[in-house]
Design a protein around this ligand. Structure first.
Ligand code: A3P
Length: 313
């Protein structure tokens, strides 16, 4: 009932208010979150029911979520849509797959997720350790994409300052990021949790790197398809379907579409310009926004945090 939902959300409010806080961010079980996302994470932990054929796309913010959504959607639905008349030509990738911790209604009504037909593709920025328990129990397939932290930081700073209209001093934000204090951070712990899981459960977690995908997109599209149980057939290979998938989902194609240039997209209770998800799409753009010295500092921190894990950027 609405009364039960409202008393639950008060309890969540109270629990969040008691957490350690830095500015807009709250520390919950070793990760920092803005309140709106944390409220949804708590709701989802309490009531999200995974299905065994769910595919979960997991990312740190600004590491390639939009791209991964486009690729997974296109691969899984390729027998349903012609490339010449494809939903991604008219719908933003953020509109075809929902990020559950960004878009779940704050009143806890999960109908928009529960009514989706199987197999569902759902995205999240949640750290592995905070995923709702049923995702683990059902053994859902998880695809994770990570990115050089310097580029992810710069991408996030632009997104937040230009598109959320929050003016944040880049030096202050950088120092906090280096301390591990960023939305869904520490950045490296987020990567490390999925990395560790992917190295022991290769059939369950696929760990991808943005930079490697930019270099060899067709190779990674094949890998993604095979992981999702939807390998390309030899006829599809002959018909250059993997290449078509790469082309449709590329930064150049998607960012030039009218559907992704004008207007805004409603995401939960926030409204974002569609073009905000397509800025430059380049590897190494950080050099244009932070100093070499800052770059080295972050590299050193991340290297130390990841030492011994086998994960390198
Ligand atoms: P930049 O800000 O460096 O350009 P997310 O989708 O997780 O929010 O990440 C956004 C970043 O991915 C942005 O990086 C954006 O430009 C880039 N991006 C969006 N679509 C892409 C695509 N199809 N291919 C490669 N990069 C893409």
């Amino acid at each position: 009932s609405s009364e039960a939902i409202s008393s639950e959300s008060h309890a969540t409010d109270d629990a969040i208010s008691k957490l350690p806080r830095r500015g807009e961010l709250f520390l919950y079980k070793n990760f920092w979150f803005r309140r709106v996302f944390l409220e949804r994470i708590m709701l989802l932990q309490a009531s999200f029911k995974a299905r065994d054929d769910d595919v979960i796309l997991a990312t740190n913010p600004k590491c390639g979520t939009t791209w991964l959504k486009a690729l997974a959607f296109t691969i899984i639905n390729r027998s349903r849509y012609e490339f010449s008349n494809h939903p991604l030509l008219t719908c933003h990738p953020q509109q075809v797959i929902s990020t559950i911790d960004v878009e779940t209604p704050l009143n806890g009504d999960l109908a928009c997720i529960e009514t989706l037909p199987s197999p569902r593709i759902l995205a999240t920025h949640m750290p592995f350790s905070l995923l709702p328990g049923s995702i683990g129990i059902q053994g859902c397939r998880i695809v994770y994409i990570c990115r050089d932290p310097k580029d992810a930081f710069v991408s996030w700073w632009h997104f937040t300052s230009e598109f959320f209209r929050e003016k944040i001093d880049i030096d202050v934000a950088f120092d906090m990021f280096c301390e591990g204090i960023s939305n869904y951070g520490p950045f490296w712990d987020h990567c490390l949790e999925y990395w560790t899981e992917s190295s022991t459960k290769t059939d369950r977690v696929l760990f991808l790197k943005y930079e490697e995908m930019v270099l060899e997109p067709v190779k990674y599209v094949r890998k993604l398809a095979s992981f999702l149980g939807a390998s390309f057939t030899s006829e599809e290979e002959d018909g250059k379907i993997p290449e078509e998938v790469v082309r449709l989902c590329s930064f150049n194609t998607l960012s030039a579409l009218n559907a992704n240039e004008a207007q805004v997209v409603q995401r939960g209770n926030i409204v974002v310009k569609k073009s905000a998800y397509f800025r430059r799409g380049k590897v190494g753009d950080w050099v244009n926004h932070i100093s070499e010295e800052m770059g080295r500092k972050l590299d050193d921190i991340v290297e130390e945090k990841l030492r011994g894990s086998g994960l390198v950027f």
